[in-house]
Design a binder for this molecule. Structure first.
Ligand code: PLP
Length: 447
């Protein structure tokens, strides 16, 4: 890329005033090399960069774009809300409606508190769990990402994995000591932790189906086992559905797994189970800064102003974000999920076939309509069921694969530890463009 490239110029300006030139680390092309694409606009399945190049997007803002970019009805709802006022610092009826819609889809969210980011939702869940149980310890799983909360950064996936960090500088020793990290999909390891420190554990937090170390679904019965163990030890189960919520189905991963006995889809289901607290983000805000914490009413009522656990936000339940979330959830009907599922199957199958044809050993892993590729013989042979497995993959194959796709006009996540996201707007033309790009990219990954 030459310095005459308008994107490179923007990136140079960005680096002068923004650390790394980006507002969130995974947007940098740290692990793939090159200049990150600065985006000027997006519509449907496409994004357009500041140099005027258009790409089929398989990032979709890292999940929120379930309906595609700038869905006209969502944009219209936001514009109408904006005309009525940007922020009031006072309650609105739309917040009540959104909480009702969330509860109707996920009954475990008996009461709902709206916040602005997934990080705030998980941070609040941790504080509430500690406040409710009077215990300090939190158990998380290696490779699960729950936002950049001090207590939850240990062995986190997503950017922490992409940049090969053990955690983060700036997290106090005391805070790190209050987080116990257990290998994912390892019930015996969790049992051992509970046997040793069960009466100190406030909560186990888990991604409903992890997608921040690549897609590593829970083994059948794993989430149900978490429910059993937490209940037996007086700890809470916090289900993080920031990424999966309202994306993998109308009731998120819980709808495919926890509700299995009552529903007709059994992704991993064995017995029905219900979390105490559940976090939402991404799709629930329809592309605007909105996230939510839900849970059992008596627990949620421990939050201020009814209870002693403090939590607040100047922009919480922001009217524009609430309007975007409501419009998105109202549009996200069975037809939307059926289309997203079918596009995910087509694209995932095609990626796997192209890699197979190019002789690249890999494992294409799915969780509902989320999927990702793990490179390497071990992944191909045994599958990837933990963070250790995910880290052992041939990460060096991703940069050439990624750049070949980008050159062909398809934007993949610039990290091998992230899921690919498709949307209801990925039509035949967009899917054809992806399929056409895959064989060459697969050959690039083979070298
Ligand atoms: N939890 C999960 C499972 C996530 O995937 C993310 C973000 O990727 C978060 C929490 C944090 O959300 P946010 O980036 O909105 O703070």
């Amino acid at each position: 890329m030459t310095t005459a490239d308008p994107m490179h110029e923007v990136f140079e300006r960005a680096r002068a005033v923004i650390p790394g030139g980006v507002s969130s680390p995974v947007r940098a092309y740290g692990s793939v090399g090159g200049d990150p694409r600065f985006i000027a606009s997006a519509s449907g399945p496409y994004i357009t960069d500041v140099a005027g190049r258009e790409y089929v997007d398989l990032v979709m803002s890292w999940g929120p774009g379930l309906l595609g970019h700038a869905h006209p009805e969502v944009v219209d709802a936001v514009q109408r809300a904006a005309a009525r006022g940007l922020s009031f610092g006072a309650p609105t009826e739309a917040e009540v409606e959104l909480a009702e819609v969330i509860r109707a889809r996920v009954p475990a969210a008996q009461k709902v508190r709206l916040v602005s980011t997934g990080t705030e939702a998980t941070m609040t869940a941790v504080r509430l769990a500690r406040g409710a149980t009077g215990r300090d310890l939190i158990v998380k799983f290696a490779g699960c990402y729950h936002g950049h909360v001090d207590a939850l950064l240990a062995e986190a996936g997503s950017g922490v994995a992409t940049f090969a960090l053990p955690g983060s500088a700036g997290v106090t020793t005391a805070s790190a000591a209050e987080t116990l990290v257990v290998p994912y999909n390892d019930v015996a390891a969790l049992e051992a932790v509970f046997a040793e420190r069960g009466d100190e554990i406030a909560a186990v937090i888990t991604e409903a189906s992890p997608a921040n170390m690549g897609v590593v679904p829970p083994e059948p019965g794993f989430n149900a086992a978490l429910r059993r163990l937490t209940a037996a030890n007086g700890s809470l189960l916090v289900l993080d559905e920031v990424l999966t919520g309202f994306r993998v189905g109308p009731a998120g991963w819980w709808g495919l797994d926890g509700a299995a006995a009552g529903g007709d889809v059994t992704a991993t289901g064995s017995e029905p189970w219900t979390p105490d607290l559940i976090t939402f983000g991404k799709v629930v805000g329809g592309g605007m800064p909105l996230a939510a914490l839900g849970g059992r009413a008596e627990l949620m009522d421990m939050l201020a102003p009814t209870g002693p656990v403090y939590q607040a936000g100047t922009l919480s339940g922001n009217p524009l974000a609430t309007a975007a979330g409501l419009a998105t959830l109202r549009l996200a009907d069975a037809g939307v999920y059926a289309h997203v599922d079918s596009v995910a199957t087509t694209v995932g199958d095609a990626a796997s076939e192209a890699l197979e044809a190019a002789g690249v050993a890999h494992s294409l892993q799915r969780a509902g309509n989320l999927f990702s590729v793990f490179f390497g013989e071990a992944a191909a042979r045994d599958g990837v069921r933990s963070y250790a497995d995910a880290q052992a993959q041939d990460t060096f194959r991703h940069p050439p694969f990624f750049h070949a796709m980008l050159d062909a006009g398809v934007a993949l996540p610039p990290s091998v530890f992230e899921a690919w996201f498709v949307s209801a707007a990925h039509d035949d033309a967009a899917v054809e463009a992806i399929l056409a790009a895959l064989p060459r990219a697969a050959r690039a990954a083979a070298v």
